[in-house]
Design a protein. Sequence first.
Length: 622
Amino acid sequence: MIDKSINPNIDRILLRLKTIPEKPGVYQHLDASGTVIYVGKARNLQRRVSSYFSHYDDKSAKIKMLVRNIYDTRVTVVDTEVDALLLENTLIKQLQPRYNSMLKDDKTYPYLCITDEDYPRILFTRNRNLHGQYFGPYPNQRILRELQDIIRQLFAYRTCNKPLLAAALSAPGGDQRERPCIKHQIGLCKAPCAALQSHDDYVATIADIREILKGNFGNILAQMKKTMFALSDELRFEEAEVLRRKIHLLESYQSRSTVVNTTIKDVDVFGIVNDNPRYAYVNMMRIKNGSVVYSFSNEIHKSLDEDTPTLLATIVPELHERTESTAREVIVPVRADDIPGEYLRQTVPTRGERLQLLQLSMRNAESYMRQCSHQRALLDPDEAQQDASRSTTRLLLRIQQELHLDKPPVNIECFDNSNTQGAFPVAAMVRFTNGKPNKKEYRKFNIKTVEGPDDYSSMAEVIERRYSRLAAEGKPLPELLIVDGGAGQMEMARQVIVDRLGLDIPIAGLAKDDRHRTSQLLYGFPPAVIGMKPTDPLFHLLERIQNEVHRFAITFHRDKRSKGTIRTQLSDIPGIGPKTAHDLLLKFGSVKEVKLKDFAELSKAIGPHKAQLVINYFATTD
């Protein structure tokens, strides 16, 4: 428990804690001026609020700052966790507390609004100050305008705001009726203002537009096709052709937006990138009947360096309410325990189409992160550099904590072997410094003492050569060694480094699954498994290191294999060196073709003396 040196009001706060019930609800932390500085929800208010004032040393720097500024706490008890979730969302939007993570203001994002009128209009807007039903937000104006154009080609509806609409429809004569405008003449409006379209027919048109904006294409297409065939049977071919074109347009739009099986009826997908202490990036995709109705990305301004489940617990309900989503299922990269199951069902997919949707949303979030980072780098390069440095430092500290290292692994080295069924065996090493490739320190190794495809012995050889040399030269050792393999490679590295060389270098291993994908980080003897998710920044770093050392080793192996092929077939001829062998292959294309050439042809390419050597060699070896 904290003392007065941390928060001078702790005695009064502790008295208040005793009165807080063990019920679900919302709590508000206030500062000395009475301003709400943080709003949170809890399944058990007593337990959650008390947790802020215990184990102070284990908390992050930002939470420590929050605790130091708390003057008072007030709570609101509600019946259920869902009520707490909705109340928290409302209070955060109203009060905008200093220490709550906030979505970037969305006032610049466009919406489509179906107005709340007797004869509704479909309007483009950036401010939600109209009475009506909103669809969006859409990621940019271009996508929304394209959608508007498609709806305009499919349906005729009014865009004007003419008065006396109801009077015009009820008027028995024509002197009170509006004169149809040019949009009626070109087929874009059926002129309800001039009583040329009934109210029921107009409302039915708007209902069809609503279904398309929601992503429900099936019923509309079925009805259109039924009407088209009926018109054809009645020999009204021109009208049937117009409807056929509209069906083709709608099916084309549906095919462009469909990304999954249409059995996935109604779901929201949330991808999130959270590897920066100040910002996170979220993407929300609405899926209806297998189609992406819209995709929306936003930046989150973090206040307390929250983890991903905590951010999702706040952002998912807020975007769910803001977009008026009807989905009861959300696909997320990690489960947020603070989202009640009766409010939304969370799915953390590991395979199938839902995983593909999550990966698509994650790519959108990562793309948006790069856009925002690039923009900040242009506007304030120093701040962008500081953000990158803080992210790297945070990640290295996490590796230190996960692997129980004495210090952060500023320098990480990783080894990998490569050979073709034991032929042309090589190894490679890459070094990452502060989370980035340090290509000046990359090293290549020819395997000298191992015969055949023996990865364990090859790994032992190159590790001993590498670190015995560093120790002899007095150069600094890496803070972490990673072998591209499992427990066997780790044990070989331990025997060399500890038993033979007597050095102290932490050793970890990267194991792959049956699909040759990185799946586990191993550490210790016997190895313990460090859990990682594909969305984890630590996973991304280790996967990048593994891919880089594999690429470096494979490239070296291919180079050696290419040179070795030339040497064994032509350079082994006494008196014929690598350059002459290369010239022969360049001239004739293959060793087989060289064998077929006579003395005259070979002499033109490499001279009579060497030509005779080649002919004599193949005559005695064939």
